[in-house]
Design a protein around this ligand. Sequence first.
Ligand SMILES: [Zn+2]
Length: 141
Amino acid sequence: MAVSLMRYRPDTCDCVIIQEHDREIPDSGITLHHVEAACEAHVLLTDAEIGVAVSGPQGENRRKNLARNRLQADFGVEPTWRFVGVGASRTLEIHVEGLVGQGRARAEQAIQETGVIGVVLATAAIEPNPRKPPIQREAIR
Ligand SMILES: [Zn+2]
């Protein structure tokens, strides 16, 4: 085993997660090692639950990326977004400037087609929360 540890700071919340990857097994993927710091929204969850909520297959990061990328592709603009609520299944609010009527219906359809759950198309611009630089992943061992 040649395990690398990485400190992961998602752009979807303030958790700090230590992930591991076995360099000798390329297909082993990146898995949770432990949670270094839990944000206010996720503090009541276990480490394993935070790992799933933040970076699981239906986790916040993937949901945000799928919905945002689809809206970017379809409408050619950068949507604003944030997560609201606490716990394992927070709601993603996402907004595309200037969407009304047919455009809004098309955007709702586009999000539905991504299969992303727990998304609300907001009517007003969203102040990103938290305000952070994009995803950071740094090697620590
Ligand atoms: Zn968090």
